[in-house]
Design a protein around this ligand. Structure first.
Ligand code: PEP
Ligand code: MG
Length: 575
């Protein structure tokens, strides 16, 4: 039995698929005259394979996606692209791999130097094609993550967020990685899709082989290779227990989210891609408190157009019908990269050029998104939320760009919700400390504890070495949460929370006591959260929060909240 850190509860049985990170080394070789034909043939074979693959992918696509693929095929068939590479083989006698490197690079450079922004951005497409052609020449096996066999257990060093976004979730029974923390976006997505996941499994990509039969326990982090009957039974028993808890929670499906003494709260879902809105509705979410719009950007090979974003947000609005859906504007940077947006390497990316800072600095990117959200707001109840606000100036600047977009749409006679609500995330201590001022200039807050914790205690959220210090129970974090809630209420606006803490049953009593109005969480935590809230008494929670606010240490806070939860619900509560 192997052991890692369980980051997404559940039991999974299946066969391993290892995602190996390939390190390509392109060697410059000089070939003999008689090898020229053979190298040309290898080049064309690789090109044709990429064309065939692209055409097959296109069959399942429509709209912008299909247009992009069609453009790829046209580029690959463009007579000006290939001769550069062929000449590198014929005239310079380079091997096919090196010829592709120099041939494609010279064309990439021509495109990059073009003044026309559209043409310049084609350079990225050619770079992408170059990588795919090289992949064929190196005979790299490319696993299509969107088409996996049933019961696949993915093993990887680390899954990038965009790889996770591509996963064929229906067929994934588990995820095992060597790196990644509990709050990494991959772990969050695994939990949304109720896929058991385990991280911190050293050398997993070496230990496991494709096809290995394994059973995993995403709660304890245990992995059994070729499980014995006894081990299988142990996991099946656990699966049954989880199922029982699930059916017990089913009775909260049609209930209101209200404390025993009548305080109503909103239970919302966090989602990554528009299709997740279905999962939210199935789990009886009363709205979407956070759509992490960056997934849309990470799942694309180029900057998504206004049209494609409009379609995505409209889909969310339509799935949610009359329920609210809060779209967070692009929150890129930190641990989230866009392969087509080259940003300078920074010493401290989490403190750097990211989220609203990047958007305000790139009005074209920002306006494209805001226009798309505004247009989609005509089809449902959408709201806009700005991430990483640290000052009132940023909030004002973002609202100004939004006003410009509204003005443009008015001039173009395009419909949108004129009363669209505009809110901000409180995830930086400076924002929490001036919450009363910010609240006067926006319609709602949502506290992002995932980041608020890291900025308050100066502990990077994904850094395992210091993960013990990353805690929501720190009295300073709790004081900032209170400051945000009180600030919102002083201006009569709603305060929500969309960080992971909002879905933790041990933390919810404290949040109810502090007066949080909206709790947004992974869809599969909603019923458990409703059960928690419906069994609470607001008065008691207020007293509990007053007691907690006097405490000096995280340990004390955690212990007290643990006791409170156990007293109310028994020891079964799992974090
Ligand atoms: C947060 O910081 O709490 C949050 C919800 O945003 P993200 O996890 O996407 O940074
Ligand atoms: Mg955040």
């Amino acid at each position: 039995m192997l052991k890692g850190k369980g980051v997404s509860t559940g039991v999974g049985f299946g066969n391993i698929v290892v995602l190996k990170k390939v390190e390509r080394k392109i060697e410059k070789k000089t070939i003999e005259n008689e090898q020229v034909e053979q190298e040309l043939e290898r080049l064309h074979e690789a090109l044709n394979q990429v064309i065939d693959e692209t055409e097959t992918q296109m069959k399942n696509m429509s709209g912008t996606e299909a247009d992009i693929m069609q453009a790829y095929v046209m580029i690959m068939q463009d007579p000006s692209l290939i001769p550069e590479t062929e000449n590198a083989i014929k005239n310079s006698h380079y091997n096919a791999e090196y010829a592709v490197e120099v041939g494609f690079n010279s064309v990439i450079q021509i495109f990059e130097n073009m003044d026309d922004e559209y043409m310049a951005s084609r350079a990225r497409d050619i770079l992408d094609i170059k990588n795919r052609v090289l992949g064929k020449l190196f005979k790299e096996e490319n696993i299509d993550l969107s088409k996996l066999n049933p019961n696949t257990i993915i093993v990887a060093t680390e899954l990038t967020t965009s790889e996770t976004a591509k996963l064929d979730f229906k067929h994934v029974s588990g995820i095992i990685t060597e790196l990644g923390g509990e709050n990494s976006h991959t772990s969050i997505m695994a939990r949304t899709h109720t896929i058991p996941a385990i991280t911190k499994v050293e050398e997993a990509t070496k230990i496991f082989k494709d096809g290995d039969s394994v059973a995993i326990n995403g709660t304890s982090g245990e992995i059994y290779v070729n499980p014995t009957e006894e081990e299988k039974q142990k996991l099946l028993d656990l699966e049954k227990q989880l199922e029982e808890e699930k059916s017990e929670l089913d009775k909260y499906r049609n209930q209101e989210s209200v404390t025993k003494d009548g305080t109503k709260v909103k239970l919302y879902a966090n989602i990554g891609i528009p299709a997740d809105a279905e999962i939210a509705v199935n789990n009886t979410a009363e709205g979407v408190g956070l759509l992490r719009s960056e997934f849309l950007y990470m799942d694309s090979d180029t900057m998504p157009s206004e049209e494609s974003q409009f379609e995505a947000y409209k889909k969310v609005a339509e799935i949610m019908k009359d329920k609210e859906a809060i779209i967070r504007t692009l929150d890129i940077g930190g641990d989230k990269e866009l392969k087509y947006l080259t940003l300078e390497k920074e010493a401290n990316p989490f403190l750097g050029y990211r989220a609203i800072r990047l958007c305000l600095d790139n009005p074209t990117i920002f306006k494209t998104q805001l226009r798309a959200i505004l247009r989609a707001s005509a089809f449902g109840k959408l709201a806009i939320m700005f991430p990483m606000i640290s000052s009132i100036e940023e909030l004002r600047a973002a609202k100004e760009v939004l006003e410009e977009c509204k003005q443009e749409l008015d001039n173009e006679n395009i419909l949108y919700d004129k009363n669209i609500q505009v809110g901000i995330m409180i995830e930086i201590p400076s924002a929490a400390l001036i919450a009363d001022k910010l609240a006067k200039e926006c319609d709602f807050f949502s506290i992002g504890t995932n980041d608020l914790i890291q900025y308050t205690v100066a502990v990077e959220r994904g850094n395992e070495k210091i993960s013990k210090l990353y805690t929501k129970y720190h009295p300073a974090v709790i004081k900032l949460i209170k400051k945000a809630i009180d600030g919102a209420h002083s201006a009569n606006i709603i305060c929500g929370m969309c960080g992971e803490a909002a879905g933790d049953p041990t933390f919810i009593p404290l949040l109810v006591g502090l007066g949080l109005d909206e709790f947004s969480m992974n869809s599969n935590n909603i019923l458990r959260a409703r059960k928690t809230i419906n069994n609470l008494d607001k008065e008691t929670c207020v007293k509990l929060s007053e007691e907690i606010l006097q405490m000096a240490s995280a340990e004390e806070v955690e212990k007290r909240l643990g006791q409170f939860g156990t007293f109310l619900f028994g020891p079964f509560i799992k974090k």
